[in-house]
Design a protein around this ligand. Structure first.
Ligand code: HEC
Ligand code: HEC
Length: 413
């Protein structure tokens, strides 16, 4: 732990000598958070902490560098590009061609298909509406096929492909691994087994033809692996570049003075220690309540439920902040209904910092600038290939419901 004290001391020294006090305050707080939380925890936690501390030092150095040098900042109002090194722009995916394009089409069709749920009522799009930034707008938690609520807030599917793992607790490694969950989840689409999903697809001649064309040379290509990989290929195209990406590419005029002010507070406070990378999140886990215990310690232990390791209690994947102004209500339980309140809570519980109303609202303005453009017409449902939109015949369902339901997690997928 000596390392951390040294870094902390080094930062304190720099703070005094450069006068970049406000900025370094936030960073120091973060080092303290890391110190607080890593002491006595396992080695992997320490390594995470070390990585965070190194990031903090780099951020500190870049701040100090630009404050001292000054020559990199042409205009006082502009933020030195070096301070943005931890972010990355994204681009709209190039339209695919050939078999890849056919797979995207198949994935899109599956994504919108309500018959992948046991009673033909909900699709992936019910909880992750592509026209509404990939969430179930206004819903703290989504309702499944039977109208019963699930346990967690539906995260956005936009830019999900940028994340290092899927789900709030990271229990799926890839989009394809994630996609098999909801169909058989008893509180989501409720299919009793994978066989039921495949029986539906086999019963539809147009789907069988499409699978054969898209996965050629295989006698029966209608398999769960192909279903989930087609959905994942479609989801990879759900990216939303916008003004933020133009800004990162050097077009500083696209952000208003207010939004830049918010970005400055965001950087100074240390938000980017967790919300960084192309997704501004989605690259790491963090304890919810890194600085101070989160008020609700009981309802959801986060990643602890997956690993049963004490150090993972209340740890969640850091979510992406892209489109965050459009994806409320916020947090894994969807209990926070105002973006300003979400920012206030992050300051207090992740960074030990009480923001003024002005700081909160400027950060919220910056977060609004992270809203990107929906990839139209990529997300338009396409009626083609003659896929039937008729509900499954009752007798087909009754026969299938004779099988015992495979319960996944009751929380999510
Ligand atoms: C009944 C609502 C519901 C349906 C239907 C549903 N999801 Fe989800 N989805 C959720 C919830 C809730 C979570 C978060 C669960 C968790 O983290 O424990 C989630 C998580 C995800 C994630 C992870 C995103 C992230 O940031 O971690 C992806 C990707 C996703 N769903 C895609 C799909 C796809 C594809 C389908 C259709 C096959 C689907 N979902 C159907 C509610 C739903
Ligand atoms: C120590 C890591 C860490 C820091 C620092 C941090 N966050 Fe977070 N942030 C998280 C985690 C983890 C979550 C998800 C918590 C949950 O819902 O379980 C989150 C969630 C959020 C959300 C809600 C996103 C959603 O989709 O529901 C917003 C908004 C947010 N953070 C903004 C900020 C801002 C602004 C700052 C700086 C003031 C900040 N965060 C600092 C880790 C961090």
């Amino acid at each position: 732990m000596a390392n951390f004290s040294v870094m902390s001391a080094a930062l304190s020294g720099r703070q005094r000598t450069t006068g970049a006090r406000h900025a370094l305050d936030g960073l120091l707080i973060h080092v303290r958070v890391v110190l607080n939380k890593t002491i006595g925890r396992s080695c992997s936690r320490c390594l995470q902490g070390l990585a965070a501390a190194i990031l903090v030092v780099l951020i500190g150095a870049s701040i100090a560098g630009c404050r001292e040098g000054g020559q990199n900042v042409s205009n006082e109002d502009e933020i030195a590009p070096q301070r943005l090194f931890m972010f990355a722009a994204i681009k709209q995916r190039q339209p695919s061609a050939g078999i890849e394009a056919m797979r995207v089409n198949l994935g899109r069709r599956l994504y919108y298909d309500q018959h992948l749920s046991v009673n033909g009522t909900i699709s992936c799009n019910s909880c992750h509406q592509l026209a509404r930034y990939g969430v179930d707008p206004g819903q703290a938690v989504s309702k499944g096929y039977n109208g019963k609520p699930g346990g967690r807030n539906s995260p956005t599917v936009y830019n999900a492909g940028l994340q290092f793992v899927q789900f709030w607790d990271g229990r799926a490694a890839t989009l394809a691994a994630q996609a098999s969950g909801p169909m058989m989840n008893p509180v989501e689409m409720g299919m009793p087994s994978a066989d039921h999903v495949l029986a539906y697809l086999h019963s539809n001649a147009a789907y069988v033809r499409e699978f054969k064309a898209v996965y050629p040379g295989i006698e029966d290509p209608v398999t769960m692996d192909h279903v989930t990989s087609a959905i994942a290929i479609f989801e990879q195209g759900l990216v939303t570049p916008g003004r933020w990406d133009a800004y990162l590419a050097g077009d500083t005029g696209v952000l208003s003075a207010r939004e830049k002010q918010g970005l400055r507070v965001f950087l100074d406070a240390g938000c980017a220690a967790c919300h960084a990378g192309a997704g501004m999140g989605g690259n790491s886990y963090a304890q919810l309540g890194a600085y101070r215990d989160w008020p609700d310690q009981k309802s959801d232990p986060g990643r602890y439920a997956v690993t049963q390791q004490e150090r993972d209690r209340m740890t969640f994947k850091v979510p992406t902040l892209r489109n965050v102004a459009e994806t409320g209500p916020w947090f894994h339980d969807g209990k926070v209904t105002s973006l300003n309140e979400a920012v206030r809570l992050m300051g207090e519980y992740q960074l030990g910092r009480k923001f003024s109303a002005e700081e909160i609202s400027s950060i919220a303005s910056f977060l609004q600038a992270l809203t990107g453009d929906l990839p139209q017409p990529y997300i338009q449902p396409q009626e083609s290939a003659g896929v039937s939109q008729q509900p499954l015949a009752d007798k087909h369902l009754h026969r299938m419901n004779g099988h015992s339901a495979q319960a996944n997690s009751q929380r999510g997928e």
